[in-house]
Design a protein around this ligand. Structure first.
Ligand code: 3NM
Length: 220
């Protein structure tokens, strides 16, 4: 487990913004600053997809975005790149089922935050045994932001996990907007994770505020 207890992880998951350069048609620095002003609670650097930065350029953008997060006391998570997370001393790592083995990641990152994407009960049990601080469940709704997703799960997946006594912090992901975020929380999610609802919004700050309001209203 990480240095954060699960109550704190639950709070951090409230509005979890994920972004890389390929998700923005504007300067990612500007988008992140606006999202922070709007009230995000956690940030994940996910530099993936066609045209994603590599090598030094990837590290450089990571460092820029990390500094913005640090100044705002928003923990900075790196998607699926443990070397990068260790190089820049990020606050945590998020891995999927197809990424580096979660148990090995936990060993390498010590008490940094570890998030794991899971889609079935068996994956969830393994993730928890491997030392996950939180589970990412998705895609809850159809998404344009990731090509190789599992089938759409609906909020039932979150509800099922809770009914089966999975008490680990859960964040929903995939197609979440301010119109459906309430359902993710009502099903038992601790928060919502979004790319396009913030990164592609015309007014990033306002879109973030709207999402935050919907989540806060439903968190018990
Ligand atoms: N992971 P948006 S869905 C990064 O199902 C990611 O595990 C998913 O983007 C999963 O908020 C997804 O734009 C994309 O739908 C989420």
């Amino acid at each position: 487990m990480s240095e954060f207890d699960s109550k704190r992880i639950e709070e951090l998951l409230t509005l979890y913004f994920i972004m890389g350069s390929t998700n923005c048609d504007r300067d990612p620095v500007y988008v992140l600053e606006q999202a922070i002003e709007g009230g995000i609670t956690l940030f994940q650097y996910r530099e993936k997809g066609r045209g994603a930065l590599e090598g030094k350029q990837k590290v450089k953008l990571a460092e820029k975005l990390q500094k913005i997060c640090k100044d705002a006391s928003i923990p900075f998570i790196v998607n699926d790149d443990v070397d990068l997370a260790l190089t820049i001393d990020a606050d945590g790592v998020h891995v999927g089922q197809e990424d580096e083995c979660a148990r090995a990641v936990r060993e390498r990152i010590g008490n940094k935050i570890l998030g794991i994407s899971t889609h079935t009960l068996s994956e969830a049990h393994h993730a928890i045994a491997d030392g996950a601080d939180y589970l990412g469940l998705g895609p809850i709704y159809p998404t344009q932001s990731k090509e190789d997703t599992e089938k759409v799960q609906g909020t039932e997946l979150i509800q099922n996990f809770r009914e089966l006594n999975i008490t680990t912090p859960i964040v929903g992901i995939g197609g979440i907007t301010s119109s459906n975020a309430n359902k993710v929380i009502q099903a038992g999610g601790n928060g919502v994770s979004v790319i396009s609802a913030i990164a592609a919004a015309e007014n990033v700050k306002q879109a973030t505020e709207q999402l935050k309001k919907q989540v806060d209203k439903n968190v018990v």
